[in-house]
Design a protein around this ligand. Structure first.
Ligand code: ADP
Ligand code: MG
Length: 382
């Protein structure tokens, strides 16, 4: 468990000063995959794995220590690096850089980062580091940004400074998440609404521990197939700017003009948008049966139409579906490996996890990492 006391002590031992402490969570996407760049809907939840940022002012320098890497960087305030160096510090330094670009005067500071979001597991440790760093640094300034504005600035840090082209979801949920709620985000307008996750449910995340190496290439192919399908539909109905604007009826009318794989990719995104909004409605109505059906349908669509699942993820979802107390399960994240997300009754969550671990090891020989989580609040001071 991530300890505020330990973080505070690490900071004061190293920097000789008391600190203010901020937290920003990791996240899991419950439903809505590859809908973000179609300007559609996603529905993530913030999880109770998070990054803590302890901060105190300094006169002339910027010092950042990561407890996870047991490594510190220090720069004079007036000569901070202007570009990334493929180092963990790119994330907090990117945050400083975008804040300066936004006209915020940054004072010297010492910052300690300490997180328990598993790195690179698809739970967005990067966004949690960016958002925790940003809210901590902002506390030393007179600037005021709303949580969605902080999210956009942090996305900018990741896109422009770190150099990773990510959507807005990770930073948005790290800023705007709420305890015991999922968040339905409209990736076009950035309007959002919270949908309650009943307190008797756990979010169980199972890491398949595989990431197939063709993922990057396949991702680019999917993007261009989606673009091709969007263009075709737009040629018939110019209001279709993105697949977000298209319907299943459009596909019925003009889908036969598409290459078969293009039709399938478009069908995934169009139906996934519908499922994601329907899933938020189901949560709102407390209709867990419908929610579960939507999650399984989303997985099937991801597997069969988008063809971005993999045998390991399919095994995890099939095993989950057989367990009592499992409401729904699906592959989450960019695809071709990574994690599945499962909604499971609290009372069954431990048994579910061990059955999943055993079944997966039997089927694949791989030891999955399994995380039991609950939906948590967005970034705040502790
Ligand atoms: P993900 O966001 O899925 O966890 P990324 O590759 O996007 O994976 O981000 C992981 C990177 O974020 C790490 O390699 C590291 O550079 C940075 N990072 C995450 N957590 C910390 C931390 N506690 N301290 C310093 N850097 C961190
Ligand atoms: Mg990341």
């Amino acid at each position: 468990m991530l300890s505020v006391t330990v973080t505070r002590t690490l900071h004061s031992q190293r920097f000789g000063q008391d600190s203010a402490i901020f937290v920003a969570p990791g996240r899991v996407n419950l439903i809505g995959e590859h809908t973000d760049y179609a300007e559609g809907f996603v529905m993530p939840a913030a999880i109770d794995f998070a990054t803590l940022a302890a901060i105190c002012p300094d006169d002339t320098s910027v010092a950042i220590y990561s407890a996870n890497f047991d490594d510190q960087i220090t720069y004079p305030l007036d000569s901070l690096p202007g570009k990334a160096s493929h180092h963990w510090s790119d994330y907090p330094l990117g945050v400083v850089s975008v804040l300066r670009e936004a006209g915020v005067e940054i004072p010297g500071f010492s910052l300690t980062l300490n997180g328990d979001v598993p790195l690179g597991a698809g739970l967005s440790s990067s966004a949690s580091v960016e958002v925790a760093s940003m809210v901590a640094i902002l506390s030393l300034t007179s600037a005021t940004f709303t949580p969605p504005e902080v999210a956009k600035l942090c996305q900018r840090a990741e896109n422009h400074f770190v150099g990773a082209s990510t959507g807005i979801m990770d930073q948005f949920i790290a800023c705007c998440g709420a305890e015991d709620h999922a968040l339905l985000l409209d990736c076009r307008s950035l309007e959002y609404r919270l949908a309650p996750i009943p307190p008797h449910l756990s979010i169980v995340i199972a890491n398949s521990m595989v990431k197939h190496s063709h993922a990057g290439g396949e991702y680019n192919i999917r993007r261009s197939e989606v673009e091709e399908g969007t263009k075709l539909l737009r040629s018939h109905r110019p209001e279709i700017k993105m697949l977000r604007d298209a319907t299943v009826d459009d596909l019925k009318r003009w889908g036969h003009e598409m290459r078969p794989e293009v039709l399938k990719r478009c069908r995934h995104i169009i139906t996934e948008n519908e499922r994601t909004v329907a899933a938020a409605d189901a949560l709102q109505a407390g209709d867990l049966k419908t929610l579960g059906q939507l999650m399984y349908a989303a997985h099937a669509s991801y597997r069969d139409d988008f063809e971005a699942s993999c045998p390991e993820a399919d095994i995890l979802v099939d095993l989950a579906a057989k367990e009592t107390g499992c409401i729904g399960a699906r592959l989450t994240g960019g695809g071709f490996g990574g994690c599945t997300v499962n909604l499971v009754e609290n009372a069954q969550a431990e048994a579910f996890s061990s059955h999943l671990r055993e079944g997966y090891r039997e089927a694949t020989g791989i030891a999955a990492d399994i995380y039991l989580c609950h939906a948590s609040a967005g970034a705040h001071q502790i």
